[in-house]
Structure formats: C-alpha cells, structure tokens
Design a protein around this ligand. Structure first.
Ligand code: GLU
Length: 283
C-alpha cells in the first residue's frame, strides 16, 4: 500500500495595521510557492487581536494585494478577533498548572524598576520583565483582581522550564537544529491588559489548531520562536518546522516596515507596476 505523503501546510499571517509592502509580498509568495511545490496547503490568517490598531480597510487591502500577487488561499480565513475563546482556553490551561501569573505593573512601574538596576537583562524585544509581580501572594493577587485593578497575565518562565524538565529545540530549515533559549525573553505576556491574549499565545494556538506543519516567516520573528516552542510544549501542541527567511532591504539598505512608510503594494499597483517585475527584484 502506498503511504500518504506527509501533509504540508503553511500560512501567511499578516496583521491589518497598515497596507502590505514589498517585504510582505516576498514572504507571502515564498510560503505560497513552497506550498505549491510541495503539493500542500496555503492558509491566510488575519492577526487582528489588537482592536485599537487593526482596521477593516486594511483587511480588505490584504485580500486585494494578495489577489494582485496571484495568490489563492483557503476560505474561510481565520481571523483571530473571532477566536478569543480559544486563546482564553489555552491561558486557563497554563493558569491551572500554576504557570501564569497576573501582572499589575504599568509601563512606568517596569521602567522605574529597570532603571534601578544597572545590569537589567535585555532581550531582543527590549528589557526583560524584572519580575515585580512574580512572587506576589495569592491573597494580594485576589484582592487586586477583585478590586478591579487592570492586569495582564505573564508566563512564569522559570516554573515553566522546570515543569518541562529538558532543553527544547526546533528544526529550522536555514539554521538547522536550534536550541531554545527562552530566558532572553523572560516572563512574556500571555494576555494583555487591553486584549485577552497576546501575539505569542495566539500565534501558537492558531498554528496548532490550523495544523500548520511549516512556518515560513521573516527572520525578524526568529527570536520569538524561542518562546513559541516553550508554549507549544506546555500546551501539548506540536512544534512545526520553521523557515525564517532574510528580510528584503530597500534602496537605502533599510528593511521594509510599516513604520518606515515602506512603499505599499497598493501604491506600486496604482503607479502601474506589474507583479512579474516586482518578483524579479526578489532575492
Ligand atoms: N502577525 C505577524 C506579523 O504581521 C506575523 C506572525 C507570524 O508569522 O508568526 O508580523
């Protein structure tokens, strides 16, 4: 009997906080073409947990731009804002295992604590959370929560790593086997004060729920994988194979980013650019 070839499922997961730029086009096309070459599936996911920054017109823009690039994706498209219950369930699972704690700190509290210590550890996302709320008593936590003090939920990384009890690693198509060093990110936020989840939690939950086998994304997210593999293990979710590709640079050697006001695909299209020329410029 012939064995079924392993399924290949990948995704492109933009956040609708602005229009897509060339860097997005490169990443989306890389994932799409790979899925085609593997006879696999390509999914699109809208990462819109941040209701203050995400806009409906940018979601429409994503569909428009990807269609222009010639991409096709399965429907319905998963929109994270419609699945808060899934992230809540994952958070509950971590809470019941004693791996998450409420954090009442304001940004100012954290900055002040960091300023006090000359050797505050810095990770790729900035200073590591100094742990002010990590050892608060249950009574104090309960009193604050009942009193309505706004709070986030953080992963207790030390307890989590103890619970796992062995070093973790992931398979990266470019870098090979990468040992996870999540300490550089520390007690990451699992649920924000203003949103009942976080990028790290929802991306891990969705990749598992959608059966993603290969994650193809920019190397700007390489560091986040160190914590994703930890969350996957804690939540009994599989670790996909990763491919963190290099980022495209503009003519000034700057990476394309929304904050650099990178030329959007929309403006390129409106100025008569064609997709074939765009693709020829890809490394
Ligand atoms: N939503 C993330 C972004 O737009 C990408 C998430 C991912 O690929 O893991 O940067």
């Amino acid at each position: 009997m012939l064995t079924k070839p392993e399924e290949f499922v990948t995704r492109f997961a933009p956040s609708p906080t602005g229009r897509l730029h060339k860097g997005h086009a490169f990443s989306a096309l890389m994932a799409y073409k790979r899925a085609q070459a593997e006879g696999g599936r390509f999914l699109l996911r809208i990462e819109d947990i941040d209701i203050t920054r995400c806009r409906a017109e940018f979601v429409d823009g994503i569909y428009e731009d990807l269609a222009w690039l010639g991409l096709a994706w399965e429907t319905p498209v998963r929109r994270q804002s419609e699945h808060f219950a899934d992230y809540q369930a994952a958070l509950e699972k971590l809470k019941t295992q004693g791996l998450a704690y409420p954090c009442f700190c304001t940004r100012k509290d954290i900055e002040a604590e960091i300023a006090k210590s000359a050797s505050a550890p810095h990770g790729p996302d900035g200073p590591v959370y100094p742990g002010l709320c990590r050892h608060m008593s249950t009574a104090e936590r309960t009193a604050k929560i009942t009193g309505g003090v706004p709070h986030a939920w953080r992963l207790n990384l030390a307890t989590a790593l103890n619970h796992i009890g062995e070093p973790l690693a992931w398979r990266d198509e470019i870098k090979g086997t990468v040992p996870a060093i999540p300490e550089a990110l520390g007690d990451v936020v699992l649920a924000r004060k203003d949103t009942p989840t976080s990028y790290n939690l929802s991306v891990v939950v969705d990749d598992a729920l959608q059966g993603i086998t290969h994650i193809i994304r920019g190397e700007d997210l390489f560091h986040a994988t160190h914590i994703h593999v930890v969350l996957q293990r804690l939540l009994d979710m599989p670790t996909p194979i990763y491919h963190h590709h290099g980022l495209m640079l503009d003519e000034h050697g700057q990476r394309f980013a929304k904050r650099n006001r990178a030329v959007t695909l929309e403006s390129l299209r409106n100025s008569g650019a064609d997709v074939a020329t765009l693709m020829r410029a890809f490394p």
